[in-house]
Each structure stands twice: as structure tokens, then as C-alpha cells.
Design a protein around this ligand. Structure first.
Ligand code: NCD
Ligand code: ZN
Length: 346
């Protein structure tokens, strides 16, 4: 039995830090274990311009507790009014590492996202030219399409046609939840990668709905059938460098989750590395954890892996995590997989 595993310090390629008091409370949860993270720009109002990103980056660094070493990798929120030259300048300055595309209405704070893809073609063409990755929330949003089919329909009607027409564009299909998404990323030609969250490796739609509705398991894209979860687990542990970790850790206070109209998002920053060790061990693939969480993401983004390491230790007794993180705006429930976990970060 492996009881200890040392890997390069991980990075998180999809993280929601929010702002203000919430950010102050959740930032240490990520910075404790992770060296860097791609910071999602879906604030209210969103991070649209390079000036917005520079100001947000400064607020994150100011909120970082003394002694913690963490680098926020900034992104811009693509709107139909985004200026391609502003995007290119922010990338040339080293300020941003990706642009985020939310189809309008797809998820939390996506109202300013893209309705008509023709209106962002100029930005996407510029990004293809300069090699700046597009982080894509991969769901269609039309009422006619069932919420459980929205990723699959997106691949067929949005992503594939876009990539055919712009083969040089680097795309990251974010938080993949279906075998269709896995198959697309694994099989496509050109420059494509996909991120996988911690929670989608551990829950499927039964966990959300059987035995009473579990608001803390509700996120977008929503977890799908068990067979899709199995496909995600196989891809994450396969050693294929196209798949790497983006936790999509998305804090919402309990009052907004445990609500007649509950918010989407699972908060996994606190215990992600323990949970991943659990999953990778179950899959007989602990040797693949470092690639998934610490090597493939930096390679994709043209960065070196972190120099530092972390050590995961397997304990005989189950590890306990805080049930909630207290913030000045209310408690945030930490993702609980519903079964014991024995791995902790030393
Ligand atoms: C995210 C959030 O809360 O900002 N929610 C979620 O369920 N993942 C938005 C997102 O990434 O879709
Ligand atoms: Zn997200």
C-alpha cells in the first residue's frame, strides 16, 4: 500500500475567487496547496478589460496572507464589445493567460457573455494569431435543449464548427462532464485540451437527486449519468496530457445554496488534493496524479511546473476537513464526498 506520495506543487486551471470579503476568506484555501490558478473573471461586474484584470490581480495579491506563495493567472471575460487590441496588449504584457467565453445565460454571472458568435470573431481571430488560449464554458443555453444534453449539443453545434473555421485557435474545453466531451478532446486534431473538476470525478446525478435534493452538489455544468463520471475518471487517470485539473471551486454562501432557487457551484478548494488522491488510488493510478494536477496544465499554458513539492500521506484514520469556511458574508460549505477519505496534505 502506498502511504505517501510526493508530487510537484499543483496548479488549478479554473478557479473562482470572487472579490472582497469572500475572496479574503477563500483565497488561503487555494493558496495553501496550489502554486497558481487561472482566475475566473465572472465578477459582478465582470473582468472585461485589461485595466479590470490588473486591478483585480492587485486586489488578489493584497489579500494574500503573509508567507503564502501564490500566483493568480488572470483572464478576461469575453463580451461582444471586447477590443482585440486590448486583449493582445494584456497578453503581451504577461497580464492574462486566457480569455473566458461564457455563452450568455449558461451559468452564474454569465449575462454579459456571448449571444452571437459572429460578434466576437475578431477577438477569436486575434487570439488564434497570437496563441492566446480560449477557456470555453461548453454548454448551449437554449430552452429546447435539455440541461443534461447541453454539453453534447455544444460540441456538435458550437465548438466543432468554430474549430473547423478557426483551426489555429487554442481551446480549453472547461469542466468536462460527459464522455462526449472526453471523446471530443481526446480525438480532435489541433490544439485542444480539457479541464476536469474534482467533484465531477466523485459525483453523478444520483448524488444530487436520490434520497433528497443536495444543493451542495449542484453545479454547472450539472453532473451527468454515472457512465459519464466513469469516462471522466478514466480520462483524468489516463496520463493523456490533454486532460488536467481545473477545480471550478466556486464558493457561494449557504443561504444562497440552500434556497428555493439555489446557486450553482461546489466549493472544493479546501480538500481537492485529498479527494484527488482518493480517486486516483481507487483507479490504481496514483502515479498519474502529478501529471494531472501539476504538469500537464503548465505545459499547456507554456509555463514551467512549480519547483516546490507537496506530500500526500495516507492515514489509517479518516481525515477530517472543516465542514464550512466561515466568511464575513456567511458560511461556505466545503464539498463533502459523502464517504471517508484517508489522504491528507502533509
Ligand atoms: C460557477 C460560479 O459559481 O461562478 N458555478 C458553477 O456551478 N461552476 C460558474 C461556472 O463556472 O459555471
Ligand atoms: Zn467555473
Amino acid at each position: 500500500m502506498t502511504s505517501s506520495l510526493t508530487i510537484r506543487r499543483p496548479d488549478d486551471w479554473h478557479l473562482h475567487l470572487r472579490d472582497g470579503a469572500m475572496m479574503n476568506a477563500v483565497l488561503p484555501e487555494t493558496a495553501r496547496h496550489f502554486g497558481r490558478a487561472i482566475i475566473m473573471p465572472n465578477l459582478v461586474p465582470p473582468v472585461v478589460t485589461s485595466d479590470d484584470a490588473r486591478a483585480y490581480q492587485a486586489r488578489i495579491l493584497a489579500a494574500l496572507p503573509d508567507g503564502m506563495d501564490f500566483e493568480p493567472l488572470m483572464t478576461l471575460y469575453l463580451t461582444e464589445n471586447t477590443d482585440p487590441e486590448d486583449v493582445a496588449a494584456a497578453y503581451a504584457d504577461g497580464l492574462i493567460h486566457a480569455v473566458k467565453l461564457y455563452p450568455a445565460g449558461a451559468t452564474t454571472n454569465s449575462a454579459s457573455g456571448v449571444k452571437n458568435f459572429d460578434n466576437v470573431r475578431n477577438v477569436l481571430e486575434k487570439m488564434a494569431e497570437i496563441g492566446l488560449p480560449l477557456c470555453f464554458h461548453g454548454e448551449v443555453t437554449t430552452d429546447e435543449v435539455d440541461i443534461f444534453d447541453r454539453e453534447q449539443v455544444f460540441l456538435e453545434t458550437v465548438l466543432d464548427p468554430l474549430r473547423q473555421s478557426m483551426p489555429e485557435l487554442k481551446v480549453t474545453l472547461e469542466h468536462i462532464t460527459t464522455s462526449h466531451g472526453i471523446d471530443y478532446v481526446a480525438g480532435a486534431s489541433g490544439d485542444i485540451a480539457g479541464t476536469i473538476t474534482t467533484h465531477h470525478l466523485m459525483i453523478n446525478r444520483n448524488h444530487i437527486l436520490v434520497g433528497g435534493i443536495k444543493p451542495h452538489y449542484y453545479c454547472l455544468p450539472v453532473a451527468k449519468r454515472r457512465e459519464h463520471m466513469e469516462a471522466l475518471r478514466a480520462a483524468a487517470t489516463s496520463g493523456n496530457p490533454r486532460f488536467f485539473l481545473g477545480t471550478d471551486s466556486a464558493p457561494h454562501t449557504d443561504d444562497t445554496k440552500e434556497n428555493a432557487c439555489g446557486c450553482a457551484g461546489c466549493f472544493t478548494a479546501t480538500n481537492t488534493m485529498s479527494l484527488l488522491a482518493h480517486v486516483f488510488e481507487e483507479m490504481g493510478a496514483l502515479d498519474k496524479l502529478e501529471g494531472f494536477s501539476s504538469l500537464f496544465g503548465p505545459a499547456r499554458y507554456g509555463l514551467a511546473p512549480n519547483d516546490a513539492t507537496i506530500t500526500l500521506v495516507k492515514e489509517a484514520a479518516a481525515v477530517t476537513f472543516p465542514e464550512k469556511i466561515n466568511t464575513p458574508v456567511g458560511p461556505v460549505t466545503v464539498f463533502n464526498p459523502g464517504h471517508p477519505v484517508h489522504w491528507r496534505v502533509a
